[in-house]
Ligand binder design. Structure first.
Ligand code: TRP
Length: 459
C-alpha cells in the first residue's frame, strides 16, 4: 500500500481537485442559473451552501479516500462491508454516465473555440440557428468529442503525478490568466456597470424555496461531490496533508472561479442590452452575438471558448479517474488498459446523448416527463447528476455518521492537522455530516424525483 503512487504534495492535490471542481458548472451553468434566478441573491445563497454543506461533505469524501487508499467502491467496502460498497459502486456508475454526456458538451465548447477563432462562426446572422445546426451535426460532433476523450484519456493514462497533477498545474494557471484578462476587457465595455449591478446587488424578492434548492444542488455538483471523485483523489494524498485546509482552498477556488465567470459574463451581456436569463443558451448563443460586435471579437471570443474547454478538461479528467481507479484497484487492471477500455466505452455510451440534440428523432424526443418531451442527454443528466449526486452525498453522510462514525473520521483528519479533535471546526463538520447534510441532500433528492418524475411540485 505504501507504494501507491500519488500526488507529489499539497499543491498537486489542490490543483487537481480544484481542476475537478472548476468546470462547465462554473463557467457555463453558474452564470445562466444566476441570470435566471435573480443575480446576486443566487450568488450569495450558492456561497452559503458551498461552505455550509459542500465543504464538510468534501472533507468527508477526502477522509474516506485517504483512510482506505482505495477507489469509492473499495473505500466503502473496507469501512462498511459489501452492502455499503453498493453506494460506492453507484458513485462509479454516476461518474461513467456523467462523463458520457459531459464530454459531448465539452466538445461543443472546444469546437466553438475553433469555429470562432478560425472558422465562420462570427459571420452568422442567427446564432440560435447556428447552434441548433451545430449540435445536430453528427460528423463534427463525433470527431471533436472523440478528440476531447482522447485528450482526457491521454492525461489520465500518464498517471496521478505525471498526468493529472502535471496537467492541472499547467491548465489551472492558464485558465485563471485567461479569465482575469477577459474580465479586464469586459469591464471596459459600455453598460458594464449595469451588468455588475445586476450581478452584485441582491434582490431577495426573487428568492423562493426553489432558488435555495437550486443553489444547493448547483454547489454540490460544482464541487464535484456525491460520487466519490474526492474519495478517489483523497486516496492519493499522504497522511502529512492537512485535509481541512486543502478542502477549504478547493472550495474557495471553486466559488472564486464561478464568481469571476460572472464578473466576465454579466458586463458582456449587458453591454448589448441582452437579457441575462437566456438559460443554457447564454454561453453558446448570446455570447457569440456579442463577440460579433467587437473589433477584437475573434481573439476575445476564441479566448473565452478556450477557457471553457480547459475548465471542462480538468473535470473530464477527474470523472474518468473514478472508474479507472475502480478497475485498477478492484480488478488489478493496468492503468493503460483501464483507461483505453473505459474511455472507449464511455464515448460509446455518450453517443445517444450526442444524437439527442436533433440528429436522431428517437433520442431527441426520447421520453416525456416533467411536463415536456426530454432528449436523451437531459434524461441522463436528470438521473445521474440532478438525482444521483444528492442521493450519493446523502448516503455518504449517513454512512459516515452511522457506520464509520465521525470520531473515526476525526482521527483520520487529525493526522496532518494536530489539534483538529476538539476544535470548533470538528464540531461544525460533525454536526453537518450527522444532521444537516443527510436532511438537506435527502430533501433535494426527494424533491427532484417528485417534481421531475411524478409531477409533484412543492413550490
Ligand atoms: N465540478 C465539475 C463542474 O463544475 C463537474 C464535475 C467534475 C463533477 N467531476 C465531477 C461533478 C465529479 C460531480 C462529480 O463542471
Amino acid at each position: 500500500m505504501s507504494n501507491r503512487s500519488g500526488f507529489s504534495g499539497r499543491l498537486g492535490f489542490v490543483a487537481a481537485a480544484a481542476g475537478s471542481a472548476v468546470g462547465l458548472g462554473n463557467i457555463w451553468k453558474f452564470p445562466y442559473e444566476t441570470g435566471e434566478n435573480g443575480g446576486a441573491a443566487f450568488l450569495i445563497i450558492y456561497l452559503v451552501c458551498t461552505f455550509l454543506i459542500g465543504f464538510p461533505v468534501m472533507v468527508g469524501e477526502i477522509s474516506m479516500g485517504r483512510k482506505t487508499l482505495a477507489d469509492p467502491y473499495g473505500a466503502y467496502n473496507k469501512l462498511g462491508g459489501r452492502k455499503w460498497a453498493i453506494v460506492g459502486l453507484f458513485g462509479v456508475i454516476c461518474g461513467v454516465m456523467i462523463l458520457s454526456f459531459y464530454n459531448v458538451v465539452a466538445g461543443w465548447a472546444f469546437s466553438y473555440f475553433f469555429k470562432l477563432s478560425f472558422g465562420d462562426l462570427l459571420t452568422s446572422t442567427d446564432f440560435g440557428g447556428y447552434f441548433g445546426n451545430y449540435v445536430a451535426n453528427i460528423s463534427d460532433n463525433f470527431f471533436i468529442s472523440f478528440l476531447f476523450m482522447v485528450l482526457t484519456a491521454f492525461i489520465v493514462a500518464r498517471g496521478i503525478k505525471k498526468g493529472i497533477e502535471a496537467a492541472a498545474k499547467i491548465l489551472m494557471p492558464v485558465l485563471i490568466l485567461l479569465l482575469v484578462g477577459l474580465i479586464f476587457y469586459s469591464m471596459t465595455l459600455p453598460n458594464a456597470m449595469e451588468g455588475l449591478k445586476f450581478y452584485l446587488v441582491p434582490d431577495f424578492n426573487k428568492v423562493g424555496f426553489d432558488t435555495i434548492y437550486k443553489a444547493m444542488g448547483h454547489a454540490f455538483f460544482s464541487l464535484s461531490l456525491g460520487m466519490g471523485a474526492l474519495i478517489t483523489y483523497g486516496s492519493y494524498i499522504s497522511k502529512k496533508e492537512n485535509i481541512i485546509s486543502s478542502a477549504a482552498i478547493v472550495s474557495i477556488a471553486d466559488v472564486g472561479v464561478a464568481f469571476l465567470a460572472g464578473l466576465l459574463i454579466f458586463p458582456l451581456v449587458f453591454s448589448q442590452g441582452v437579457e441575462p436569463s437566456a438559460g443554457p443558451g447564454l454561453v453558446f448563443i448570446t455570447l457569440p452575438g456579442i463577440f460579433q460586435t467587437m473589433a477584437a471579437g475573434k481573439l476575445i471570443g476564441g479566448a473565452f471558448f478556450l477557457l471553457l474547454s480547459l475548465a471542462a478538461l480538468t473535470s473530464t479528467i477527474s470523472l474518468l479517474e473514478v472508474p479507472v481507479s475502480y478497475v485498477v484497484d478492484e480488478y488489478k487492471w493496468n492503468r493503460t488498459k483501464a483507461v483505453t477500455i473505459l474511455a472507449a466505452g464511455i464515448f460509446l455510451i455518450g453517443l445517444p446523448s450526442m444524437f439527442s440534440q436533433g440528429a436522431s428523432e428517437l433520442f431527441t424526443n426520447f421520453i416525456h416527463y416533467d411536463g415536456v418531451s426530454k432528449d436523451f442527454l437531459s434524461l441522463i443528466e436528470d438521473v445521474f447528476l440532478n438525482v444521483g449526486l444528492p442521493l450519493g452525498g446523502c448516503l455518504m453522510s449517513i454512512f459516515i455518521a452511522a457506520r464509520w462514525k465521525t470520531s473515526n473520521m476525526a482521527a483520520e483528519i487529525e493526522q496532518g492537522n494536530a489539534g483538529y479533535i476538539g476544535s470548533f471546526v470538528q464540531k461544525f463538520i460533525d454536526i453537518v455530516i450527522t444532521y444537516i447534510a443527510p436532511v438537506l441532500l435527502g430533501s433535494i433528492f426527494l424533491l427532484t424525483v417528485m417534481q421531475k418524475f411524478f409531477g409533484i411540485s412543492f413550490f
